[in-house]
Write a protein that binds this ligand. Structure first.
Ligand code: C5P
Length: 285
């Protein structure tokens, strides 16, 4: 791997998604510019999308980023289908929908993803099912009326997403190993709730692990927000996490980058196949 004049490493981007959880476009675009080439995706969440609208997705695309639009859609099937089509027109490459919305809603979402392509600039849009938010623990889940174990609920919702034909799921790193055993690649496992070992804070995430452990558990993409956005030097933090992800990939058996399902806009080609290592479920802190 060589270095460009601005210090940016060249070569494949690590399987890192940085969540641009900002209130407005200015700081989000500033950080995104500095992260070009260092991340697989930038993630636009509810706050930024609600304040800036689809233009923020277009701006990030124009800058050269692949955009993960994390809207966690959950509504009646027709409404979700239309929102998904709009997300595709805006240029999103990944979009989240709540798997708990049910089979009909998930299938409608997939139709929406096919149907939003009247704009030639719109690439393929892959849908991810949200299982159980990583901020939820067993007690919080029980309070919503779900009597079973949290792990079972995750497994059930992931199966629903897979049966409906979604590209993958968002799940905690602790569920990743189990999900991977029943959902081999190219089914995507995307894990938030990740905190680097050198950063003690877990914020409001109830279930966290390190980037390396998430990869060893079988994650394809790792989502990190505040450990990057609130770091004194966000670029340095992203690069450090990226290196940790690459070393996890090497340890897992996938040569750096080969097992990494980077952005795929052509719609062709398989995700790299990797050997999934043991998972001890280490919790940080
Ligand atoms: O700052 P932090 O690293 O906790 O950010 C995690 C990001 O991942 C946030 O943007 C959050 O909305 C998102 N996310 C999550 N849990 C999910 C799905 C998405 O934390 N199940």
């Amino acid at each position: 791997m060589s270095r460009e004049r601005d210090g940016r490493e060249t070569g494949p981007a690590p399987p890192l998604v940085v969540a641009l959880d900002f209130a407005e476009a200015g700081p989000a675009l500033d950080l995104a510019r500095r992260l070009l080439g260092r991340v697989a995706y930038v993630k636009v969440g509810l706050e930024l999308f609600t304040s800036e609208g689809p233009d923020i997705v277009r701006s990030l695309r124009d800058m050269g980023h692949e955009v993960f639009l994390d809207l966690k859609l959950h509504d009646i099937p027709n409404t979700v289908a239309r929102a998904v089509a709009a997300a595709r027109r805006a240029g999103a490459g990944l979009l989240t929908v709540h798997a708990i919305g049910g089979r009909a809603m998930l299938e409608a979402a997939l139709e929406g993803a096919e149907g939003g392509a009247d704009d030639a600039a719109a690439g393929p849009l892959r849908l991810l099912g949200v299982t159980v938010l990583t901020s939820m623990d067993q007690a919080a889940l029980a309070a919503t009326g779900v009597a079973g174990h949290l792990d079972d609920q995750v497994v059930r919702l992931a199966a629903l997403a897979a049966e409906a034909g979604l590209a993958g799921v968002v799940a905690s790193p602790h569920e990743a190993a189990q999900l991977r055993s029943s959902h081999p690649p190219p089914f995507l496992i995307v894990t938030p709730g990740v905190r680097p070992a050198w950063q003690a804070q877990s914020h409001d995430q109830a279930r966290v692990t390190t980037p390396r452990r998430a990869i060893l558990a079988g994650a394809d993409l790792v989502v990190v927000g505040r450990p990057v956005t609130e770091a004194p030097d966000p670029v340095e933090a992203a690069e450090r996490i990226g290196r940790e992800l690459f070393s996890g990939l090497a340890e897992r058996g996938g040569p750096g980058g080969k097992g990494t399902p980077g952005p795929r806009r052509s719609g062709s080609g398989e995700e790299g196949h990797v050997v999934y290592g043991a998972h001890e479920g280490e919790v940080v802190p």
